[in-house]
Design a protein around this ligand. Structure first.
Ligand code: IPM
Ligand code: MG
Length: 360
């Protein structure tokens, strides 16, 4: 019997609601597929901060080390903790566990409405591979002469050969695999801004050319991030795998979420491909304080993140099973949350996915 240890960090706001649905789905597939999941719930987040003046225990990262994967709900409660402090929980885990790939599939399920006219299930089927440990998120910088009229803030972006190369190789390998399984045409788009950022992005382009040379069977293109944003809306069908730096990827994937029906549909995996450390899976939405604890948050992004976790474990059958169940719920209009034009609750959508998982 395959056995996996999973840490569940519900976090704040809607994160706590969707984490319950995540566990429900895990329990269901455990029974059905004869897998054992040992799930440990870790109540870290802003409430923990209020009590302990830190987002996780001092040995938090050491404790996470023992798990096969981490599920993260969402983090942030600005009334209790400033956002730039609370999100460090996420950023620290990404960096400490060298989760250098932030994998964000952008796919529109049939039956899901989007506000973007160009978006159809046929036209929206891509994956964003976002660099997740360096770039614009390198916490290097400082304040000078603060609170004076000469105040200066400096935030330095760091791009390394190793950091760019490994995430690009991952993207190329992914495009190759997708092509092999007829999921994509075998194309990698590099998101750049080398016209204006003459060091970091010129370097990024150079590394991209080097890696391209090793994958002659794939098509490639470089697109400036501003134009790329426009094309994502105008011609989503031209994209297969997009490789991007940390901040550009952050922005593009919220845009991408709109192509797939909104933030309630978008999932991501923070992956350490070598499996030297646990990877972390999450819905990419935030803690959404405006709708938290009303029972209306869409749990599909969370279920999708569990599907990605199963793919990461190599549990391909289970991943396909989850995809079938989500797809079946989305195709019909019977049970959907308000963001998708329905009136069902979080729990009802979760229950329906579980029911279908059991029924097949
Ligand atoms: C995301 C989020 C995070 C990021 C925040 C919470 C730090 O927006 O995962 O996309 O910027 O990476
Ligand atoms: Mg984001």
């Amino acid at each position: 019997m395959n056995k996996y240890r999973i840490a569940s960090i519900p976090g704040d706001g809607v994160g706590q609601e969707v984490a319950i649905e995540a566990v429900k789905v895990l329990d269901t597939i455990a029974d059905k597929h004869g897998i054992r999941f040992e799930i440990e719930r870790l109540d870290w987040g802003c409430d923990y901060y209020v009590q302990h003046q830190r987002m996780m225990p001092e040995d938090g990262l050491d404790r996470l080390m023992d798990f096969d994967a981490i599920f993260l709900g969402s983090v942030g409660d600005a009334k209790k903790v400033p956002d730039h402090i609370s999100v460090k929980l996420v950023l620290d885990i990404r960096k400490a566990f060298d989760q250098y790939v932030n994998l964000r599939p952008i796919k529109l399920y049939p039956g899901v409405r989007t506000q973007i006219r160009s978006a159809t299930p046929e036209s929206v089927n891509m994956v964003v591979v976002r660099e997740n440990t360096e770039g614009e998120y390198s916490t290097i910088g400082g304040f000078f002469k603060p609170n004076t009229t000469d105040a200066i803030a400096i935030q330095t972006a760091v791009f390394t050969q190793k950091g760019c190369e490994r995430v690009m190789r991952y993207a190329f390998n992914l495009a190759e695999t997708r092509k092999k399984h007829a999921l994509g045409p075998g194309m990698v788009t590099s998101c750049t801004k080398s016209n204006a950022l003459g060091y970091s992005m010129v370097f990024w382009d150079q590394v991209f050319s080097q890696v391209t040379a090793d994958f002659p069977s794939l098509e490639t293109e470089s697109a400036l991030v501003d134009a790329l944003s426009m094309w994502l809306i105008r011609n989503p069908d031209r994209f297969d795998v997009i490789v991007t730096s940390n901040l550009f990827g952050d922005i593009l994937t919220d845009l991408g979420a709109m192509l797939q029906g909104g933030m309630g549909m978008a999932a991501g995996g923070n992956i350490n491909p070598e499996k030297q450390y646990p990877s972390m899976f999450e819905p990419i939405h935030g803690s959404a304080p405006d709708i938290a604890f009303k029972g209306i948050v869409n749990p599909v992004a969370t279920v999708e993140s569990i599907r990605m976790m199963m793919e990461h474990f190599g549990e391909t059958e289970v991943a396909l099973d989850i995809e079938r169940a989500v797809s079946a719920v989305m195709t019909e209009d019977r049970i959907k949350t308000v963001d998708l034009g329905g009136s069902s609750t979080t729990v009802e959508v979760g229950d329906e996915i579980v029911r279908l998982l059991k029924a097949y």
